[in-house]
Write a new protein. Structure first.
Length: 82
């Protein structure tokens, strides 16, 4: 949730972008849907992960990531352990 001070969960992509098994388009043509599996639906506060930096995003803190930002394997694994 934008400006909430935390992440609300994380998921794994289960399909290629634009290849969703969904038969309806919830976005009315805006973007390309894909399937995902929620792995955790629980708040992870930014203060708990402020030490993590993402090399795939110019080494910025993960707390400044945008929705859908890809994380390196190492950083993603560390975030999942929080």
């Amino acid at each position: 949730v934008n400006k909430s001070g935390g992440f609300q969960g994380y998921a794994r992509m289960r399909s290629v972008t634009g290849r969703s098994s969904c038969t309806t388009d919830p976005f009315n043509g805006f973007g390309r849907p894909f399937d995902l599996e929620w792995l955790r639906l629980q708040d992870v506060m930014h203060c708990d992960v402020q030490h993590l930096r993402n090399p795939l995003d110019d080494n910025r803190q993960v707390s400044f990531s945008r929705d859908g930002q890809e994380l390196s394997r190492h950083v993603g694994s560390e975030l999942c352990r929080q």
